[in-house]
Design a protein around this ligand. Structure first.
Ligand SMILES: Nc1nc2c(ncn2[C@@H]2O[C@H](COP(=O)(O)OP(=O)(O)OP(=O)(O)O)[C@@H](O)[C@H]2O)c(=O)[nH]1
Length: 306
């Protein structure tokens, strides 16, 4: 990988930190809050994150590369297996691990699955108890999560916070992680906040809005991609995207009566894109069918899940 130097001659520190945990505990929210910009999709639905998105935070002398991972869960299809593989790959590669848990509830089987994967991992580990703003018994819950790591030989750091509502606590954790990085050149250019292309990023925002609007199993049966992005002279960003469904029957369900639902998804995504890009956006959205894409390794690759 290309090496990027720091602004000063002082030795730089740099490294990768995986953010892991079961679905819906707030991993992507924590990543976005670490960076102060939105690089990962978040939604109230579990398993929103599918790929290990990287978010990059750089100071004068240190660079922290966060790897946001899909929630660890029992896989039901090729997509689920892909997601769990992403987590294993992330754990093998990183310098440190942040395990996020939801303090509103006691641990479940899925938390135990996560704990098993990291209990004996010889890397610095931080247990993050999230959602303190809404947890009734945070201390008690934290104790139960801590117990899942019993027998671990290396030390575990712990912090309780609200990723969504307390940026100060998140910055404090970020500073601790920065301080623990090994001496190393930077991996990414200064100023980069993510390793996604802008098209991948926009596609994830469209998927986030689609997942919020769609009901039942449908949110998990859609993928999104952006096929073209052009900029007009007056600055308008023209983005053409697709929502991919796995069955013909799903197409109408996404579009909705008289196209209402697709319009709503498009409007919500456009608004988000405009806020982040600080430009007017035209977003064209189509729904297409790729039969059984979730079970089809080739189709997964075509949709960028490789
Ligand atoms: N009240 C509260 N809600 C939070 C907090 N952090 C995250 N959430 C909410 O929890 C839900 C899940 O957050 P995500 O960041 O998408 O969770 P995730 O762990 O990345 O989810 P997956 O993609 O399923 O793995 C969203 O509705 C967030 O708004 C918090 O500190 N307090």
């Amino acid at each position: 990988m290309t090496e990027f130097s720091s602004r000063t001659d002082a030795p730089t520190r740099s490294g990768f930190v995986a953010i892991i945990g079961k679905p819906n505990v707030g991993k992507s929210t924590l990543l976005n809050s670490f960076l102060g910009v939105k690089v990962a999709p978040t939604s109230p639905r579990p398993q929103t994150t599918r790929k290990g998105v990287r978010g990059i935070y750089t100071t004068d002398e240190a660079q922290l590369v966060f790897v946001d991972t899909p929630g660890i869960h029992k896989p039901k299809d090729a997509m689920g297996k892909y997601m769990n593989n992403e987590v294993n790959a992330a754990l093998a590669d990183v310098d440190a691990v942040v395990w996020v848990v939801d303090l509103r509830h006691p641990p479940t089987d899925e938390d135990q699955m996560v704990a098993r994967q990291i209990r004996n991992l010889p890397k610095p580990l931080t247990l993050v108890g999230n959602k303190t703003d809404v947890a009734k018994y945070p201390e008690e819950a934290m104790k139960l999560y801590r117990a899942l790591l019993e027998g671990r030989e290396q030390e575990v750091s712990e912090v309780m916070l609200s990723a969504q509502n307390n940026p100060g606590q998140v910055q404090e954790l970020r500073d601790q992680l920065l301080a623990g990085l090994p001496e190393s050149p930077f991996f990414f250019p200064r100023g980069a906040s993510s390793d996604q292309s802008r098209e991948q990023w926009a596609a994830e925002i469209i998927r986030e809005e689609a997942m919020k609007k769609l009901r039942d199993e449908l949110p998990y049966a859609v993928a999104t991609r952006v096929n073209s992005w052009t900029e007009r002279e007056d600055g308008l960003q023209r983005i053409e995207g697709e929502i991919v469904v796995e069955k013909n029957a799903h197409k109408g369900m996404v579009i909705g009566a008289g196209g209402k639902q697709l319009r709503e998804i498009g409007q919500a995504a456009r608004k988000q894109l405009e806020v982040f890009l600080n430009h007017k956006v035209y977003l064209g959205l189509q729904v297409i069918v790729i039969n059984g894409w979730r079970e089809d390794v080739e189709a997964l690759r075509e949709l960028g899940y490789e």
